[in-house]
Design a binder for this molecule. Structure first.
Ligand code: ASP
Length: 284
């Protein structure tokens, strides 16, 4: 049985300082282990990436769910995307307020609505229509000295389950002080994430305005389809991002054999993975 999972805590976390960075790596380790446990129990890749991202959304140092950066009005507007590499089904939300686990709401968009993507007031109305748990903005805001000035620390997970299905989940509070209504790459299919059983699953992080220009996650999966390894495809996509846009970011990728790729052109990106051979690693 080959199963694998990789998670990241955002390519901007290098400004957290050493203690913050170690906490972020530990959060990634916990999230990857929780997802891996589910995969070993025979649960789906979708279940694993959702559970892993829920843990990262609860981590106060990471820019998703609790700990999201406020926008210029002091509100928290979050974006999330989940994708099933088997069916290519998608669930996405953007500019959602007052939910602790945006990725779980995105999954409910996929499972409980005829649509793929809800934004703003419509996303909020959908959440209420399915009695999705809401919270006060104060429960999402976490202010620390260390975090000021960070460019954003989106979280994400990719997984391969025992049935050979791939999935991706990406969740973010977006960039600090963004204009209300600004949406980055994270909830955009192909940019913030992509999963296709025929190729790979990728989750992206970094400067969304650049990442979306090269549709970076789909581009990475296309590189795998062209014959590159998960690592080489991730490196090639980051190189393309840099050469074509000058943008900064990071990627995690798992291919359909459980090989993992980790790449970034920022100073750090906390991550953790267990690959298809059972090799565990975490780092930054
Ligand atoms: N990609 C996210 C965004 O632009 C931020 C990040 O990953 O740091 O909203």
């Amino acid at each position: 049985m080959i199963v694998a999972i990789a998670v990241h805590g955002g390519a901007g976390a290098w400004r957290l300082g050493e203690d913050g960075m170690q906490t972020a790596v530990n959060d990634c380790h916990r999230a990857a282990q929780a997802g891996y446990q589910l995969l070993q129990e025979g649960k789906s890749a979708l279940d694993a990436v959702e559970a892993a991202v829920n843990i990262l959304e609860d981590a106060p140092l990471l820019d998703a769910g609790r700990g999201s950066f406020p926008n210029a009005d002091g509100d928290v507007e979050m974006d999330a995307l989940i994708m099933d590499g088997n069916s290519l089904d998608i669930g996405a939300i953007a500019a959602i307020q007052q939910v602790q686990h945006p990725i779980s709401l995105a999954r409910r968009v996929m499972s409980d609505s005829p649509h793929n993507f809800f934004v703003g007031d419509g996303a909020s109305a959908f959440a209420d229509s399915i009695n999705f748990p809401r919270c006060a903005v104060e429960e999402l805001l976490v202010e620390t000295e260390e975090m000021s000035g960070a460019i954003g620390d989106t979280v994400g997970a990719v997984a391969l389950d025992a049935d050979g299905n791939l999935a991706v989940a990406t969740s973010t509070g977006g960039t600090r002080d963004k204009q209300p209504g600004r949406v980055g790459d994270s909830p955009l299919v192909g940019s913030g994430g992509y999963a296709d059983n025929w190729t790979a699953a990728t989750s992206a992080t970094g400067y969304g305005e650049a990442l979306m220009k090269v549709v970076i996650s789909k581009t990475t999966c296309d590189f795998v389809a062209a014959g590159l390894s998960a690592q080489a495809a991730s490196d090639a996509a980051i190189q393309l991002l840099e050469e074509r846009t000058g943008g900064k970011g990071g990627l995690i990728t798992i291919d359909r054999h459980g090989n993992v790729g980790i790449s970034r052109n920022t100073q750090a990106m906390p991550y953790a993975f267990v690959d298809g051979d059972g090799v565990e690693k975490n780092g930054r």
